[in-house]
Ligand binder design. Structure first.
Ligand SMILES: *Cc1c(COP(=O)(O)O)cnc(C)c1O
Length: 348
């Protein structure tokens, strides 16, 4: 037998949403942004390609400086990651010894469980209430790290602010607030950084900045937290193309703000249309919605949509087995989805 670590052997592999290898699919399954980034961000790409034999800036200085200006914090409060998944892993490896505890909700981003198990951490799950929301503050003195996503997938709502405050105020370890979807929401938790010295906020450029293929994310925290995380980070964790394009994208945030508005408009339209068709749909503050169809099982809906080359996300988790998660696409994509749904419902 391979000398694999026990905790690795016992971890089921993380299953990302499908990336179909053939063209023609309407992809509403992995919360990518349906709108491309502006062409201007590619202006300096050629320069970087010509320097490809040279290592990139190990500390992503220009990118961090640009993010610092945009978010009103200092560059020493920012760590750049190869996607925000990198930030989650770095936080885990910086602050949790194998055998110590990590806490998160029973319904949330499932990667927290995978990375915690691979790390050999003990897992403490907090059960969400029957509306799939935080039932109260997460009080967990033994947790070295608490992962909380706000907005929280697969529901897409922000966690209750008072509960989050109480969680941070009472935590004996660190609290990582994963704001992967925050740009589609009216709220954020940047203000926690000045009030709590145990908070890390993670952000990603994958969804709101249309750069999922580039892998760029951030961690925001106190300089003391970032200093420790920086030692754990791979020394060249962002390649030079990622650094250059991500910096340019942040400088074009005005363009993206329009995209976010458009996505939020399409989200309202989708929610209303599905409710009119008899679906149960939760309000969402993210670029996806969670919906349960009438008269047909969610898995059947998923399969029938897939036959029509429309991909949505279906989770086998027992609490949400009657739901599908649908990413907000363009208006045309959502029209296509709604037509297909009507056709499927008409035949059932
Ligand atoms: C998509 C997602 C991430 C990962 O983002 P990357 O930057 O692409 O690694 C992290 N957290 C949550 C909650 C997500 O949905």
């Amino acid at each position: 037998m391979l000398p694999t670590r026990d905790c690795v052997r016992q971890t089921p592999a993380y299953t990302p949403g499908e990336q179909p290898q053939t063209a023609g699919f309407t992809k509403l399954n992995t919360n990518e942004n349906p709108y491309p980034p502006p062409a201007e961000i590619f202006a300096h790409l050629q320069e970087q390609l010509e320097k490809v034999r040279l290592y990139p800036d190990p500390i992503s200085k220009e990118l961090r400086q640009t993010a610092a200006e945009l978010y009103g914090i200092t560059a020493n409060q920012i760590i750049a990651g190869n996607g925000s998944d990198d930030i989650l892993n770095i936080a885990l490896r910086t602050f949790v010894n194998p055998g110590e505890s990590v806490a998160f909700l029973d319904l949330t981003y499932s990667l927290y469980e995978t990375i915690a198990r691979v790390h050999g951490a003990n897992i403490i799950e907090f059960t969400t209430n029957d509306q799939f929301e935080l039932a109260g503050p997460v009080i967990c003195p033994e947790a070295k790290l608490i992962f909380l996503a706000s907005p929280n997938p697969p529901l897409g709502k922000n966690l209750d602010r008072d509960y989050l405050e109480a969680t941070c105020a009472n935590a004996s370890g660190l609290v990582l607030i994963d704001e992967a979807y925050v740009d589609f929401s009216d709220d954020n938790h940047l203000d926690f950084l000045s009030r709590y010295d145990n908070v890390i906020i993670s952000r990603t450029m994958s969804k709101s900045y249309s750069l999922a293929g580039l892998r760029v994310g951030f961690g925001f925290a106190s300089g003391a937290i970032i200093e420790q995380m920086d030692k754990v980070r791979d020394s060249y964790n962002l390649d030079r193309i990622a650094q250059t394009l991500a910096t340019a994208a942040l400088k074009h945030h005005n363009y993206f703000e329009q995209v976010w508005q458009k996505v939020c408009q399409t989200r309202s339209l989708l929610i209303t249309s599905l409710r009119d068709l008899g679906f149960i749909v939760f309000d969402s503050e993210a670029n996806f919605i969670l919906a349960s169809p009438p008269h047909i099982s969610a898995s059947e809906l998923y399969n029938q949509l897939k036959e029509r080359q429309i991909l949505v996300r279906y989770f086998k988790h027992p609490r949400i087995q009657n739901y599908v998660r649908i990413s907000i696409g363009t208006d045309e994509e959502i029209d296509r989805l709604l037509s297909a749904v009507q056709e499927i419902m008409g035949t059932n």
